[in-house]
Design a protein around this ligand. Structure first.
Ligand code: UDP
Length: 327
């Protein structure tokens, strides 16, 4: 029989793409989601159990029923600006929820964990590209809540309670190549979907947050990684743990940076429409340049990003054009 994997936040953006990738590899993804921001339409590749990661008895019940071999933990709050306005919620859900989930897993003797972490745990970069050995000094509550859970995972590894892969994402973007699922956040804060919505006339233009950075064209540079490549890395992380792999942190990025201005040009090319672009103030806490070293992902997971920024934009464009709104 196929191995079950519990996927918290499996109805969300990266979680749903990972469920698809798991099902393709003969795993059964069991989605655990409270649908606070996930979408029921995105659960297509296995059973769903509605629940909150802070609810220990519900978790006990679900773990006992499905007996997953590992847990992939995507559920959590992700938006930096919200983390300044509602730090309590970030601590409650990202820290409290994650620790509660880990306790429930350890009670059930499930000891393989893949954690959605972030390059935001590094804080202001001291060198580039960022490797996993770069000091972690988060500059916002979001990054700090993820860093705290990483530290707990180190202790659980030290004491032989849990083996974890902490995946530090750079900028997730794009959509399933067949358009079955895609990026759907409310409100949308991310650059690529905002640009596409603007090109589709669903949003009034696009603002570039700062054009006087010390970069090649003055706008911020990020490492955009295709969500389907991220999904593949999660499947490999599960296989790594099920094969006895030790606790490790792994960056997920392409190693190539794209500026906001380059995104604008690329979206104009894909859509065939000129975009009304305005210049706005710098967004607080935005480092000028964030690019990953992905040597660890290559070495430990044999992972290689297959999609580049043009694929990312093309797949996102296809998804958004087809997707007819929030209903
Ligand atoms: N950005 C922008 N205008 C927007 C949204 C984002 O210029 O409407 C910039 C943002 O300042 C950053 C880059 O685009 O330099 C990527 O931002 P996003 O929110 O997509 O991801 P982040 O890097 O914050 O995780």
């Amino acid at each position: 029989t196929a191995t079950k994997i519990l996927v918290t936040g499996g109805a969300g953006y990266i979680g749903s793409h990972t469920c698809l990738a798991l099902a393709t590899k003969d795993f059964i993804p069991v989605v655990y989601d409270n649908f606070s921001s996930g979408h029921r339409e995105f659960v297509k590749w296995g059973p769903v159990e509605e629940g909150d990661i802070r609810d220990r008895s519900r978790l006990r019940e679900v773990l006992a029923r499905h007996k997953p071999a590992a847990v992939l933990h995507f559920a959590g709050l992700i938006e930096v600006s919200q983390s300044f306005k509602e730090p309590e919620a970030f601590y409650d859900i990202n820290v409290g929820g994650s620790l509660n989930l880990l306790q429930a897993m350890m009670e059930a003797d499930i000891r393989a964990f893949v954690f959605s972490s972030t390059c935001a745990t590094y804080g202001q970069p001291q060198y580039m590209p960022l490797d996993e050995a770069h000091p972690q000094a988060p500059i916002n509550p979001y990054g700090r809540t993820k860093h705290i859970v990483e530290q707990a995972l180190r202790d659980f590894a030290l004491c032989d309670r849990m083996r974890s892969v902490m995946l530090r994402y750079f900028n997730a973007a794009g959509a399933d190549s067949e358009g079955r699922i895609g990026e759907w956040h409310t409100p949308e804060t991310h650059a690529i979907p905002r640009l596409i919505e603007a090109a589709l006339g669903r949003r009034q233009g696009f603002s570039i947050f700062g054009d006087d950075y010390e970069t090649r064209d003055g706008t911020c540079i990020r490492d955009y990684v295709h969500v389907s490549d991220l999904a593949e890395a999660h499947v490999r992380a599960v296989e790594y743990l099920l094969n006895g792999g030790e606790t490790v942190a792994i960056n997920l990025g392409t190693g190539t940076g794209t500026s906001v201005q380059e995104l604008v040009t690329a979206v104009e090319a894909v859509s065939g429409r000129p975009l009304p672009v305005t210049k706005a103030e710098r967004r607080p806490g935005d480092p000028p340049l964030l690019v990953a070293s992905n040597a660890t992902a290559r070495a430990l997971l044999g992972w290689e990003p297959e999609h580049h920024v043009d694929d990312i934009i093309r797949s996102a464009w296809t998804w958004h054009r087809r997707f007819n709104g929030h209903s």
